[in-house]
Design a protein around this ligand. Sequence first.
Ligand code: ZN
Length: 251
Amino acid sequence: MQTNELISYLDGLLKPWLVKDYAPNGLQVEGKSDIRTIVTAVTADQYAVDRAVELGADCLLVHHGYFWKSEPAVITGMKQRRLKALLSNDINLIGYHLPLDIHPKLGNNAQLGQMLGINNIRPLEAGNDTCLVLRGELEPSLSGDALTKLLEQQLGRSPLHIAAHSRPIKTVAWCTGGAQDYLDQVAAMGIDAFISGEVSERTYHSAVEQGTDYFSAGHHATERGGIKALGEHLASQFDVSVTFVDTPNPV
Ligand SMILES: [Zn+2]
């Protein structure tokens, strides 16, 4: 398919205009005009770029692309090496950040909720369809240890569990990636547990003092779902081959 055609399809699906983001969504680095082979990855790191080159990909499609609001504009070092490899191999880099967190079916949050078998999934802020945090209920409710095991089974990585109470966990909220600071908002709503990807020193105190269990399940691990689901969706809709490349990132 044509690169333009893929971009307009992805824009129509993920609607990047609905959210204010801090990286450009869509085509970030232009490559060849025809796409047959797509490599998907959480991040356009050198590992993923190298695999895309090896696999003869026409497009690298990611959740974390380049050109973040706060990053230096100059193209040197790590950034130069990544861009050089993409440009010299004519590989398109396409990235969708927040739109791929919040998509109601293919999004990272929706995929994590589905993996954990959570019921009655809805935005934390009622009626806000672009809310970055989702909530729902575990049926039956689980102990903290059982939820730890479930996360480990589903994500292949043992989460850090900060236990703040000993009651069963029924109500849960979650947001993939580095969203630990939504914990205060979640705790104020009396939700039993909050799951995200990363953790800070302050997270421990917020969890324990406000009585909401916290699970740090890995930024990379919690954000594989969206890009994998998006790749599978594209392979089912178009005549393209899609391969997911999983950089071994323990964070
Ligand atoms: Zn992320």
